[in-house]
Design a protein around this ligand. Sequence first.
Ligand SMILES: [Zn+2]
Length: 149
Amino acid sequence: MAASVPLRRVLCYHCGKVILVPTNARTASCSLCYKGVILDDLAVRETHSYVGKLVTCGKVTIGEKARTITKTVEAGHAVEIAGFLDAKVSCGGTVHIGPNARVKGDCDARTLVIEEGALIDGGFFRIGPDAKVQSQPPLPAPPATPAAA
Ligand SMILES: [Zn+2]
């Protein structure tokens, strides 16, 4: 009999559902949508431009000296912004915007904390229990091609 592995609950950023993963795992497969998910916390400390997105079931930290420009930041657990972030943020937990932070872009989160002094430069904010981590919509199915004659 296998010893029971300690599990933790995370939010899958593909399907937006809560899944159970081994506490020590750094990556896992979602038991519901079968896609691979990253569980590690991500921290950005310097100037960075990401072509794609920053995504994890854990926490994304944008350090005080960081200047981060990317398309989307998706975090199941939390996003902590102390520096500059230009991205569309989706978070299943709390987005924390520090007193020296500057944020540009949309924000979709369950809860939002903004410290006095933070700068928010536009963007559409949707905060509340209905806000979900949203992945890119699935690609449309290829059009049915008639069988070659
Ligand atoms: Zn999933």
